[in-house]
Ligand binder design. Structure first.
Ligand code: ARG
Length: 342
């Protein structure tokens, strides 16, 4: 059914609302709700800067900051009602802010567009990812090191062309994977550093005529270099069209998955009765009712299998971006599902 009321956030000159099909394909809230915390942090930094530059009043800024805290609380405790009519996380939050604090909410979007807003939110999200999974990667590297130490003199065949080549040790083999994951660790921290350039202030594409303080916003959001200097995107058109960081992140995820997949493949081969080098524990294998002799290495087959998905996400992203004219095109909304999935 078509709702005849136009969108409350941008529908000023529209007399009819979107068709139900349009509403369904238009909405990204189903996946970009994941950016809620980053969106609110970005809005708070923007509002504080607008007040510091006397573009909005201190009392409006205070109402906005407090209102956003309340909205974040509602999202975190699960009481927030997300709406597909409001398309995305940015408009869902802003509409709720309006219900909570009334008219000052309208001033939050001064000198800002969803184009620089979403670029900022997603960069903040990528920057936080490595912190979230670094411990897991380090634990895996340590587990491989422990294996290498335990088996530093366990002689086994090394292979080329999947044929016995030269005698090596289990330790030598495990250390090869330590090297790969060490490179992954370095790559993820480089990608996290690349996230530290702030797009806010670019507006829709061409900045703003208002006297914004981009340095203030960048510092508040931690978009700084090692010396604490603010890092700002220099070209607004590039800033709203650029998705390099997300491609880099999806690429680092692909390489890391590829290393895990090769490790999984070795373990699958070595666990087979044809090789018989190792026996996997019951808790990480599955059986077959028809063929009771089998103990299947499903955990490693699934790691190998999921790697296909992660590599697919990288090409999904590259293909989505490759033909887009400058600057922002709505196709770019589709950048999030593959990156979140990776
Ligand atoms: N949900 C949109 C996205 O993720 C936000 C930007 C919308 N901008 C626009 N010009 N329609 O890309």
């Amino acid at each position: 059914m078509t709702d005849t009321t136009s969108n409350q956030m941008w529908g000023g000159r529209f007399s009819a609302g979107p068709d139900a099909i349009m509403e369904a394909i238009n909405a990204s809230i189903g996946f970009d709700k994941r950016l809620a915390a980053q969106d609110i942090a970005g809005s708070q930094a923007h509002a504080a800067m607008l007040a510091a530059k006397d573009i909005i009043t201190d009392s409006d800024a205070r109402a906005i900051l407090e209102g956003l805290e309340q909205v974040l609380g509602e999202i975190n405790d699960g009481s927030f009602a997300f709406s597909t009519r409001l398309e995305d996380i940015h408009m869902n939050i802003e509409a709720r802010l309006k219900q909570v604090i009334g008219e000052p909410a309208g001033r939050l979007h001064t000198a800002r567009s969803r184009n620089d807003q979403v670029a900022t939110d997603f960069k903040l999200w990528v920057r936080d990812q490595f912190d979230a999974f670094e411990n897991g990667l380090v634990a895996l590297i340590k587990a491989l090191l422990a294996q290498a130490t335990a088996g530093f003199d366990w002689v086994m065949p090394g292979f080329t062309h999947l044929q016995t080549a030269q005698p090596v040790t289990w330790g030598h083999h495990m250390m090869a994977y330590v090297e790969m994951l060490g490179r992954d660790h370095e790559r993820f921290s480089t990608v996290s550093n690349h996230a530290n350039v702030c797009p806010l202030g670019s507006g829709a594409i061409a900045g703003s005529t208002l006297p914004l303080d981009r340095v203030h916003v960048a510092k508040a959001l931690g978009f700084v270099d090692e010396t604490g200097e603010a890092c700002l995107t220099p070209n607004g058109m590039d800033a709203v069209a650029d998705r390099d960081l997300f491609v880099e992140f999806a690429s680092a995820c692909s390489l890391c998955s590829l290393h895990l997949s090769r490790l999984a493949e070795d373990l699958i081969l070595w666990n087979s009765s044809e090789f018989g080098y190792l026996r996997l524990s019951d808790s990480f294998t599955t059986g077959s009712s028809l063929m009771p002799q089998k103990k299947n290495p499903d955990c490693f087959e699934l790691i190998r299998g999921k790697t296909g998905r992660v590599i697919g996400n990288l090409s999904n992203l590259l293909v989505t971006i490759k033909g887009l004219p400058l600057t922002y095109n709505r196709d770019l909304q589709e950048d999030k599902p593959p990156v979140f999935d990776s």
